[in-house]
Design a protein around this ligand. Structure first.
Ligand code: HEC
Length: 178
């Protein structure tokens, strides 16, 4: 017979099962750990043509040669001439009759992009390992190898945005169409 006593017993049993579940398992969603400010700053590295996002520091091509020789030349060759099609960093002619050779010197419209790319992606085998100073130095060296700045010119947050890249007018801005 289904008596009140049995009903009470069932209720007690069900409550006991629920109450015995560990609180964390029943209520907490496990989403991992909060990211710290210092971890976040290593992702927030966008440096733009308007001069925003650059670190303090400066460098010349003269100083950049040492950085390039020890950390870049293995993949980009001694003078940036490259060891394969996509590792050429110097030369090129965007107006050539045939297929144009696009390098950071002949193609990229802003020097800031060179800094930005190196800081985030190079050396390819150890990205983000260079100091801000080293990135300024090696950026200056690549601009020098492309005959865009002098060996002694000091590259910093301000002077970098003033560098005139050869192909700066070679792009059509279609961003208003999107
Ligand atoms: C382990 C090999 C390796 C090392 C070391 C290396 N790079 Fe690269 N780098 C590459 C490769 C491969 C590419 C082409 C990547 C691609 O096209 O996606 C590249 C691309 C680049 C580009 C863009 C070229 C373009 O026109 O798109 C720049 C600039 C550059 N590297 C600079 C540097 C600098 C400066 C250093 C030293 C601090 C360095 N790299 C060290 C392998 C390397």
């Amino acid at each position: 017979m289904f008596t009140l006593k049995t009903l009470k017993f069932c209720f007690a049993l069900i409550s006991a099962v629920f109450l015995s579940l560990p609180a964390s398992q029943a209520q907490t969603v496990r989403l991992g750990q909060a990211i710290s400010e210092s971890q976040l700053s290593n992702f927030d590295l966008v440096a733009g043509p308007d001069g925003s996002g650059f670190p303090a520091g400066s460098g010349t091509a003269k100083a950049g040669k040492a950085v390039f020789d020890s950390k870049c030349a293995a993949c980009h060759a001694a003078n940036g001439e490259g060891v394969s099609g996509n590792t050429k960093l110097v030369g090129g002619d965007i107006h050539s009759e045939g297929n144009p050779l696009r390098t950071v010197g002949s193609y990229w419209p802003y020097a800031s992009t060179l800094f930005d790319f190196i800081r985030r992606a190079m050396p390819a085998n150890a990205p983000k390992s260079l100091s801000g100073e080293e990135v300024y130095q090696v950026t200056a060296y690549l601009l020098f190898l492309n005959d865009i700045i002098d060996e002694e010119e000091i590259l910093n947050k301000e002077s970098l945005t003033e560098v005139q890249m050869p192909n700066k007018d070679g792009f059509v801005d279609l961003s208003h169409l999107h």
